[in-house]
Ligand binder design. Structure first.
Ligand code: PLP
Length: 424
């Protein structure tokens, strides 16, 4: 448990314990009051450098003034309309997204969260592949907390325990992990072969409607799928094409510029059938989505899926502005080049202590144990820096700063983290 020493902190935490469900885990036992850019301020006024972005959400920092203004303007005009009518911001956001979505993907369904996007994508894949009841997902994946999302997730036993029966027909195969001294080529091939073996042994390919994969495994350890020498996602795409299986890429965490591209699949030069997104889309306002080519989306007739709040005007206004700023300020170029520099710096400094991997500003620093990762996180907290861990063993420091963080600040924070790791 990590706490600060605010005078009213005890009272606030006591009320929190009394009135809020215990089910929601909190990493730091401070009480956030406001945020500004890269900084978060707690109830006692302490200023923290927030390198978590509320788990990869506030891509442009807390309360980005232009995003806030766009949301405020929309609050004055129209807050809610649901599916009673069409609305301008919904249309504007879908049109803008179509410009940035990979390949020919050009049509979007809006919801409120990542898990909802995943659930919608699963339902959609079943419509596209009628009568095929099975799904393949990858070990260590996290796709959200709904029953659908939970069923295809396997990053932690706690997330699934006692929730059976989950969705039937989910088959979990290994995610190719090339970062533990394994050779990328062999690991990618091993997993691809295991899928073909599965088809031949106990899971006929014609019974599989979809595969769902995170191009960069998020909660499961910040592991990009292998790219060289074997482009794992391209090979997976080929398997899906061969067997008529729908490929769903879950970009809830890796999308909206996080890896230096609008979507991480662009690094792999593939077009999934369905792509999900949420987190960074509204820079903090709740919104999720799944997208596909219009021709495919037309397989979902009006009324076959829906949401009362999904794509509400205020969240859409924030999302349109977020996309506009990322484009206008050339943030993808900044994240790409700075992310590369950062990776090289971390590798040079921590070669013997940690395994470094990632894309853009989605970087994992794998340490030898959870204890060490916890110590580093606590040292950072004492220095008023918030960072998170990831991985099934929670031994990975996940580096997920705002995309527009100033370079000197970024490197000075990273150097502090490197220092703490070297001391362990
Ligand atoms: C890849 C991925 N998919 C889905 C989700 C679920 O998103 P939400 O918490 O918005 O439901 C997450 C959340 O961390 C995620 O990382």
């Amino acid at each position: 448990m990590i706490t600060n020493s605010a005078t009213n902190l005890k009272d606030l935490l006591a009320k929190d314990e009394q009135f809020l469900s215990n089910a929601l885990y909190r990493v730091f036992h401070i009480v956030a009051e406001r945020g500004e850019g890269v900084y978060l301020y707690s109830s006692d006024g302490t200023k923290y450098l927030d390198l978590t972005c509320g788990i990869g959400v506030t891509q442009l920092g807390h309360c980005h003034p232009e995003v806030v203004q766009a949301a405020k303007d929309q609050l004055d005009k129209l807050v809610h309309i649901s599916c009673v009518t069409h609305h301008t911001l919904n249309i504007a956001l879908a049109e803008k997204l179509a410009k940035f979505l990979p390949g020919k993907i050009n049509n979007t369904f809006f919801c409120n969260s990542g898990a909802e996007a995943v659930d919608g994508a699963i339902k959609f894949s079943r419509r596209l592949n009628k009568g095929r009841p099975n799904i393949i997902s990858f070990r260590g994946a996290f796709h959200g907390r709904t029953i659908g999302g939970t069923s295809v997730s396997s990053s932690k036993e706690l997330h699934r325990k006692y929730y059976d029966p989950l969705l039937p027909g989910i088959n979990i195969v290994d995610y190719p992990n090339c970062y533990m001294g394994k050779e990328p080529e062999k690991e990618a091939e091993r997993v691809l072969e295991s899928i073909e073996k599965l088809f031949k042994s106990n899971l006929p390919a014609e019974s599989v409607s979809a595969m769902i994969i995170e191009p960069v495994l998020g909660e499961g350890g910040y592991l990009p799928a292998p790219l060289k020498p074997v482009n794992f996602l391209k090979e997976l795409r080929k398997i899906c094409n061969k067997h008529g299986i729908i490929l769903i890429c879950d970009e809830v965490q890796s999308g909206i510029g996080r890896t230096g591209k609008w979507f991480a699949v662009e690094h792999y030069d593939i077009e999934p059938d369905i792509i999900t997104m949420a987190k960074g889309l509204g820079n903090g306002l709740p919104i999720g989505a799944f997208s596909a080519q219009k021709e495919k989306m037309s397989e979902m007739p009006p009324g076959s899926h829906g949401s009362t709040f999904g794509g509400n005007p205020v969240s859409c206004a924030a999302a349109v502005k977020t996309l506009e700023i990322i484009e206008r300020d050339k943030i993808l170029d900044y994240v790409s080049s700075t992310g590369n520099e950062l990776m090289k710096h971390l590798e040079a400094e921590l070669k013997s202590k940690a395994n470094i991997r990632g894309l853009g500003f989605m970087i994992g620093i794998e340490l030898s144990s959870k204890d060490i990762a916890d110590k580093v996180i606590q040292e950072c907290f004492k220095e008023k820096m918030l960072i998170l861990s990831a991985g099934m063993e929670q031994n990975i420091i996940r580096f997920i700063p705002p995309l527009n963080i100033e370079k000197n600040l970024l490197f000075s924070a990273v150097d502090k983290i490197i220092g703490f790791i070297k001391k362990t």
